[in-house]
Design a protein around this ligand. Structure first.
Ligand code: PMT
Length: 316
């Protein structure tokens, strides 16, 4: 099916996707963040992370969701910061978050103990929270340095409007901006004009849904909103046989810099970084797994080198 014309995407966003009330305020914050860090000689990466929620009713009781945990995005944020970047972390509410992600499966009450005196002091059991002191130190350094700007979304509409605002905010720093679009975004939605206001009644019988196609936001992002930035999209498939072809097609269609291709079941240990001229397979070995190496470290290292080359090409 033909893509909607780029100029029509802005109109579609405004008409069919509810605009979050705080979008201008968030845009100003992102803009100030980007300007400050670029002036200090830092590059800025916008990471999208987690899945989107698609409401079925405007007073939402039910919605469509997807599998994404936000691990890829949150983990990558830490490696980007270690590589000298400042990070705008556009993430799904309650998905995994940099640094705290390591303790996400732990019940914090099991890690704490009251001291015996009457002072009410609490001790942390490092066996329940391994490496907590090291991670806390790093987290506090990042916070004190103002290197991480977290922005939350829940619904598809919030994601789309906030991504547009982020792209426009970061466009002011040109090629120093990177977009790392790791969120799993819904391809389908119900336009606000066609959405029932109230809870869909099961007494009306089986539910048949008709969903519209979400406009591919990569298109205006690359061409209009942040045309000088270094843009990486992700491609997820469950059938490995079609993955690389789809990744190449995305590069051809959108003319951005790279696609990180992954298959659902093997995404923690194997990805391919595809660019117009190269195809790098990144694989975790058994030794890597034993040493708790994460594939995001390899992805970030690959892409920060490519970003270096991209910036150097612009100035030469
Ligand atoms: O969060 P985890 O559990 O760690 O999982 C990580 C991940 C598998 C979600 C991640 O590695 C990944 O592959 N994310 C992208 C998944 C996806 O939505 O693929 P897609 O083929 O549907 O979209 C391709 C690209 O187009 C994405 O970069 C997306 O940002 C972009 N897109 C999608 C929809 C849309 N309307 N506009 C877009 O621009």
């Amino acid at each position: 099916m033909a893509e909607p014309r780029i100029s029509s995407i802005d109109g579609k966003l405004a008409e069919e996707f509810a605009v979050p009330a705080h979008v201008e305020e968030v845009k100003a914050k992102m803009s100030a963040f980007a300007t400050k860090h670029a002036a200090a000689g830092r590059r800025v990466v916008l990471i999208t992370s987690g899945g989107t929620k698609v409401p079925l009713e405007s007073r939402t009781v039910r919605f469509l969701d997807n599998f994404s945990s936000g691990r890829r995005g949150s983990c990558s944020a830490e490696y980007f910061i270690d590589s000298g970047y400042a990070v705008v972390f556009l993430h799904r509410h309650r998905s995994l978050y940099p640094y705290t992600r390591m303790f996400s499966t732990i019940n914090v009450m099991d890690a704490l103990q009251l001291t015996s005196g009457s002072s009410g002091e609490v001790l942390v059991n490092p066996q329940v929270l391994p490496n907590i002191a090291k991670v806390l130190k790093k987290y506090q350094e990042v916070k004190d340095g103002g290197l991480l700007l977290p922005i939350e979304f829940s619904t598809l509409s919030e994601y789309l409007h906030l991504l547009k605002a982020a792209a426009q905010a970061l466009s002011t720093i040109g090629p120093k901006a990177m977009f790392y679009l790791a969120a799993a975004v819904s391809d389908f939605y119900i336009p606000a004009s066609e959405m029932p206001e109230h809870k869909i009644q099961s007494s009306n019988g089986p539910l048949q849904l008709s969903l519209n196609m979400v406009p591919k936001i990569l298109s205006p992002l690359v061409k209009d909103w942040a045309p000088q930035a270094f843009v990486i999209s992700f491609k997820l498939e469950t059938d490995a046989a079609i993955l690389l072809d789809k990744a190449r097609r995305a590069l051809n269609n959108y003319r951005h810099q790279a696609v990180v291709a992954n298959v659902l079941d093997s995404r923690r240990g194997y990805v391919v970084v595809v660019t117009p001229k190269t195809q790098d397979e990144l694989i975790l070995t058994e030794e890597d797994v034993k040493n708790e190496v994460e594939i995001e470290e390899m992805i970030v290292s690959n892409l920060t080198s490519a970003h270096n080359r991209f910036i150097n090409q612009q100035v030469s």
